[in-house]
Design a protein around this ligand. Structure first.
Ligand SMILES: Cc1cc2nc3c(=O)[nH]c(=O)nc-3n(C[C@H](O)[C@H](O)[C@H](O)COP(=O)(O)O)c2cc1C
Length: 319
């Protein structure tokens, strides 16, 4: 395994796939890469879990030579585990890293990790001081939300500090941790962050279509965009966004999503993950078909499918 030979070029033409716990596994990343994703982030990996060899951690780190630029996202609140995890990952050949400072899920924040770090900026700064030299220049970014509570815009001072300490990029999901996914992502903060930093700023938040992403770049001046739920609903979104930059808009079709689903299942099979793959397909396929004429039928029937053949029958039938 070696992800080290390819430089990480951050530009508006090179869209990212977000870290998506439960979804951005190797198969889904490969699918997105075939449709224009340039930089992909793993699901979040617990630094402590990695050091203690927790079951499932190695699956999260699965990669392949086709993954030219892979960013491994870590979460944790204890410097010693994060330092050891980075050392281990570097020894394994991984080159680019991200620290999750935005996850607001209870399981994560109760350990002081994820968005809880925004409540304790000094803890995050101390962690950054220790981990950035290990990651090395140009190799580590931080994914932030605006702050913990509404109106607490911790991100600006934090991002400036992180830049001074050697962070290579900042990703901002402009919602507060207590908001979860409610309300709207406030892109105004992306514009503000972009004005304050010299390092690249990556936008996350409510990028549901190629049009959203292009508008976000134009309105805020961010250096790149990161698709999350938008990619789950349409793995072709990366290519659509790149085409839209050339003034060639497109919308998803049933045929495209059938092929995407087939392709994804084939990737799971190639990776010897048929069983897990089938379970994942049952949650992903209804997302792929969201907004299409047979969406309702797909949602209604997918739960009772126990084989790929049955899923295929559901997705190819007309509304
Ligand atoms: C199912 C799901 C899983 C996610 N997992 C992670 C994660 O592991 N790490 C992380 O930093 N953010 C995670 N996020 C947040 C996304 O990366 C992204 O910042 C957020 O969804 C906002 O983008 P969107 O509104 O375009 O979806 C997750 C979001 C979703 C919907």
């Amino acid at each position: 395994m070696n992800t080290s030979s390819h430089p990480l070029c951050i530009s508006p033409e090179s869209p990212w796939l977000a870290p998506l716990a439960g979804y951005s596994d190797l198969a889904f990343r490969l699918l997105c890469r075939q449709h224009g994703c340039q930089i992909a982030v793993t699901e979040m990996v617990s630094a402590k879990g990695l050091i203690y060899g927790s079951p499932g951690t190695s699956d999260l780190l699965q990669t392949s030579p086709e993954e030219k630029v892979l960013v491994v996202q870590l979460f944790g609140a204890e410097t010693s585990f994060l330092v050891q995890a980075l050392e281990r990952l570097k020894a394994m050949g991984y080159r680019y890293f991200d620290l999750n400072c935005g996850c607001s899920v209870r399981k994560v924040v109760k350990t002081g990790s994820g968005a809880a770090l925004l409540k304790n900026p000094q803890v995050l700064i101390d962690i950054a001081k220790n981990i950035l030299p290990i990651a090395g220049p140009g190799c580590m970014g931080f994914k932030l939300r605006l702050g913990w509570n509404t109106g607490d815009n911790a991100y600006l001072a934090l991002a400036q500090n992180l830049e001074q300490l050697g962070a290579a990029w900042i990703t901002l999901h402009p919602r507060y941790a207590t908001q979860g996914f409610s309300g709207q992502a406030d892109w105004m903060h992306l514009a503000q962050l972009k004005q304050e930093l010299r390092i690249p700023v990556i936008a996350s938040g409510d990028l549901f279509s190629a049009e959203d992403a292009l508008r976000c770049v134009q309105e805020t001046g961010v250096d790149s965009v990161m698709f999350a739920r938008g990619a789950l609903n349409d793995p072709h979104i990366f290519h659509r966004y790149q085409q839209l930059q050339k003034n060639t808009p497109s919308i998803k079709t049933q045929e495209e999503m059938c092929l995407a689903a087939q392709h994804l299942y084939a990737l799971y099979c190639q990776l010897n993950m048929q069983k897990v793959g089938l379970l994942k397909m049952r949650t992903l396929v209804p997302k792929f078909f969201k907004g299409l004429s047979n969406a309702k039928a797909v949602r209604r029937h997918i739960g009772s499918c126990s084989s790929w053949a049955e899923i295929q029958q559901v997705i190819t039938s007309e509304a």
